[in-house]
Design a protein around this ligand. Structure first.
Ligand SMILES: [Zn+2]
Length: 271
């Protein structure tokens, strides 16, 4: 995933579905945090429809469906209306300082084993329910949905240098439960920590103009749009295979961000 002009694109350069929500403020923001939500709705489509309806007075930057489909509703440098009255680390009104992602999920369930139901009465089978230590039931997220959400979160953290990933409940604990016990918050929080330690220990730069390739060898194609990387391009190393290094390009090259590929290890040096 990558970001261009505050819109989300796939690695193959195709933009994810964009359906602009009128529920946003004028002016721009510089996001510091990522806030995770669940929709508490019945489908991604119904949530997208509601969050783009002026009556809702609510929105989010992204909605991620249970099949992993992504819809962007607000550009990442615009203020979406997802957090409401909220506070975190001395910052009030998180809408002005954060990106919000809504995950399609009915949220906290009613009932008990054998009869878990959404707030609107739909039966949820026991094998799709996570029961927390208080005995509350939560509809599980799908693997596809979490995988996509993780990719997107990492892309946003890196692009905007986000400081922390939090849940809506963290910033509005008296009002909100989302994203709930079924969401792997610790895993997501570590995306930020991981980035910090990588950057401190392992920033390299190219010592010459250097081709970046799709695999570990000259038999693999170059990424034509960005090859050769200019001398002095900053990289972090993800993997090694003999003299080849799989790298994440930290600088923008020819307007491309978040490039990952292989370079010859002889022509890079630790900064
Ligand atoms: Zn929320």
């Amino acid at each position: 995933m990558k970001i261009k002009a505050h819109k989300l694109f796939r690695t193959d350069d195709s933009q994810v579905a964009f359906k602009r929500s009128p529920n946003q403020s004028s002016g721009t923001i510089q996001p510091r945090f990522l806030v995770m939500h669940y929709t508490a709705g019945s489908s991604a489509e119904s949530s997208i429809s509601w969050l783009t309806n002026p009556m809702a007075n609510a929105s989010a930057h992204l909605v991620i469906g249970r099949d992993g489909s992504i819809t962007q509703l607000v550009a990442f440098n615009r203020k979406a209306w997802h957090a409401g009255r909220s506070q975190w680390r001395g910052v009030k009104g998180l809408n002005s300082h954060s990106i919000g992602i809504e995950l399609d999920n009915p949220g906290l369930l009613q009932g008990s084993a054998g009869n878990w139901r959404t707030t609107w009465g739909r039966l949820v089978p026991d094998n799709e329910v996570l029961v927390d230590s208080n005995g509350s039931g939560w509809h599980v997220y799908t693997e596809q949905q979490l995988e996509v959400a993780r990719d997107v979160a990492l892309t946003l953290v890196r692009h905007y240098g986000l400081e922390e990933i939090v849940g809506h409940k963290d910033i509005a604990p008296t009002r909100k439960n989302d994203p709930g016990a079924a969401f792997p918050m610790t895993t997501f929080q570590s995306l930020v920590d991981g980035r910090d330690s990588d950057d401190e220990e392992e920033v390299f730069e190219t010592t010459t103009a250097l081709n970046i390739r799709k695999g570990p060898g000259t038999e693999f194609d170059k990424f034509d749009e960005v090859s050769p990387l200019p001398k002095g391009t900053r990289l972090s190393i993800l993997d090694s295979q003999s003299v080849w290094r799989r790298v994440d390009v930290l600088d923008m090259v020819n307007n491309e961000m978040d490039i990952v590929g292989w370079v010859h290890g002889r022509y890079i040096a630790r900064i």
